[in-house]
Design a protein around this ligand. Sequence first.
Ligand SMILES: [Zn+2]
Length: 232
Amino acid sequence: MNKDIKIMIELQAFWQVILQERKNIERFNKSIDFWKTELAGKKNTRTEIQSRIMELKNRQKTGELELHVSEEKIKKLEHKKTIIQTQKEFSAVDNEITTVRAEKNALEDSIIVLMDLIDTEEKTLASIDAELPAMEKQVGNDIEMIKSDIDKSEEIIKLNQAHFDALIKDLNPALQGKFSKLLSSKNGIAIAEVSGDVCTGCNFVIPAALTLDASKSDKTINCTNCGRYIYK
Ligand SMILES: [Zn+2]
């Protein structure tokens, strides 16, 4: 086999490892982002519940004040009833009392509903508070582990890049530029084997004469379809 082709095959192998590890790092970073988003989401939910509880409690307080006002009003009306003279006046006050009582009942009902809502929200908050520290710890540990995987991948990349950089110096300088260009395009594959009459880089049938040339050791051939270096 052609010496340059042999070197390119080796370079390609180093390059494949580098590309694979880059993909791994991308995946690892996505995992880190995922866990950070999960945790932030949980904390957001917690903040939202807290502000809902505060709002509900304010409404409860307002309701209780209104309740107090209507109780006072009823008291005053009851007192008025004891001092009025005519039957007409009496019925008017009595009607007013009925109206205020109805308002008071409605207020009481709405306060009970509010209290139920507050209770439900507080239970949810408590369960988030119970699981949040463990989740934070778990996510922290997971991220540390993923970071150490990233470090490992970076080490592998460094090592293979060093091998690559050292070896590419042995490649015929006239081929280096095109080879590097192919590596950074063409899905990172610059050299492909010919299987039968098919370039495995692009899966296209190449001319038989080219296949023959690809198997000769004195020639450096490129696929007529994809431009990759080919060998047989
Ligand atoms: Zn091809």
